[in-house]
Design a binder for this molecule. Sequence first.
Ligand code: BGC
Length: 747
Amino acid sequence: MKIRSLFISTLLLAGLLPAAAQSVKLTAGNIDAVLKAMTLEEKARLLVGERQTKVPGAAGATAAIPRLGIPQTILSDGPAGLRINPTRKDDAQTYYTTAFPVGSLMAATWNVELAEQTGKAMGNEVLQYGCDVLLAPGLNIHRSPLCGRNFEYYSEDPLLAGKMAAYTVRGIQSNGVGTSVKHFAVNSQETERTSVNEVVSKRTLRELYLRNFEIAVREGHPWTVMSSYNRLNGPFTQENRQLLTTLLREEWGFDGIVMTDWTGTRNTVAQVHAGNDLMEPGNNEQVTQIVEAVKAGTLAMEDVDICVKRILQYIVKTPAFRGYKYSNRPDLEAHARLVRESAPEGMVLLKNENATLPMQGVKTVALFGAQSYATLACGLGSGCVNIAAAVSLARGLSNAGINHTADLSDLYKMGRDFDDAHNKMLQESNWDRAAGRTQYPELAISRYLADEQAKKSDLAIITIAHEAGEGWDRPIEGWRGFNLTADELDMIKNVTEAYHAAGKKVVVVINSGSVMETASWKARPDAILMAWQPGGEAGNAIADVLTGKANPSGKLPMTWPIDVMDHPSSMNFPTRKGTNDEVSLHEEGLKVGYRYFDTARKEVSYPFGYGLSYTTFAYSKPQVKAAKNGFTATVTVKNTGKVAGKESVQLYVSAPKGKLEKPAKELRAFAKTRRLAPGESQTLSFTVSSYGLASFDEAANRWIADAGQYAVLFGANVEDIRCQAAFTLKKAYTQQVNDILQPDQEL
Ligand code: BGC
């Protein structure tokens, strides 16, 4: 103690520490005083992340400065739940967390309250495991079905993505921990993600790729935003002051911190000047660069102070600062129950001919497809939660009292030890150990065993599972591709032919985080369920839907095209076709997802917003009332079927003809009913502001909603408009904004 104060007095005498340094300890009320007391070196340290050992497996941390009472804070992935190491060296305790459904499933629920509730449970695990910020949600726009991280993200539509993110943020942060909405912005591909220049028009940016973040920031108030790896219209997003300061803070009012994605050293001075407060994961070189740049006058102390102050404002909100006594024991059982209850709300029933589902009188099923026995909870990369194993579909069905044929399950298990297997069937398969994941002998199994299995079981279930992940985009072909492999297509053919010949039915369950090709094979099975990657309770939740314990109410948050090349973006995804120039030109502009398919009347396999139910709904009494700023609308939804269920209603608006060309219709609001009993009705309400109706006129740098009549369309999906009303905007609405983010290349 004595030695320490002697040391500080020596420094004070030498003029090396600011005068107030001696006694100041950070409190919520003395941030300015602490800032004043900090040395340049300390300030630089705070802007750069540091390694941490407090929570093994957490992605990063902010630096501790004990002298000033500044604790280290812990940042941890990710969007589907807390990603930390479940076991620790020399420690008998386990630290498992809950794998919640992936983002695309959550978006398919169209249920913002459920997103909030899920966020609340995730945030509780963040708090109870000693972390301060969850690096989530991810809300980049699904520009192409091929983006490897689409499973983490929500939708091709910015309103749906923005609202889901805002409510998830609110839920997580209700625990007194933070979020980091990511990746800001236009990180819609993984190929060359740390170098690619996304070139996007100002209008497309404002209406599509930034609108989602705008909603999340304005309505969710996240503590932090994560700037992306990529460049945008020239500079890296992390170095772009127009993006991080002019837009994010001055226009949208963001008052938290911006941290980089997990980048090495870039132009540190430009990052600080841009308003990128925190460099993650951080290294000493960056600290030195900040110190030297300030000394050399190439970085203003004022820029540094602004960032430091924001970090201090963040720190005083954290559990680490509050000294929160975390338990390391969140209620995992309660969270598993939530996952099981909520996942069916996002599962999408794509086809259900002759009421195949829910299964009736089925005692034994045959489970084809390797992932029937090893169901995928989530995608790969930082969005994957470290659980022991998800409940498999086989296990979920057993739990529900449905048997599966043992000989088939034994065969799939044997596929894992192919070296020991010797029969003709396995030799004929395309099983490929080199591919890194076991490729099971689907073709051979279905060819040789389908007839026999059809005799032994009442129904067949085929699981199709293609995995995607961080750092790579999905190929079109192959076992991770958008298209099904030839073996999978043959399996569907063989199994459906055998079962139909025996007068029995076949269900396909898709266990993938994003959209798949369906047009070429969807006529064959009797029912198709898009189960996504539904988290740790996967098999139980799927079984609940198959048995009718739960009625699926998910609707697609993205268009399912016939061919992936039908998307205009495919011409330039991931880079300009035929080139490798690390530039991704968004020549398609707003022609992304349904904004293209619906406007061009291009046929799709399943439209945006599509999803069946075990019951039916009728819409009536569409009403629109002008409000002070925009309009409010209502529609009444009645359950006209025989079982209870929920229905989400999408409110699309068709704008009057004006100067700007516009999509035929755009999603402007949505709502979901509570669980309605047969015969029960509910009136849903929607609010749309004039700003929410506006398009971006890039020549004038302003938002504009033309005066005139707007058709207000209440849809079960984008192609199925059930009823409509109209709204008249008497006077054009305009809002002038900054002229920023100009593309650096011609589009
Ligand atoms: C990912 C982020 C993640 C971070 C920390 C990065 O590679 O892009 O989404 O939060 O790693 O793990």
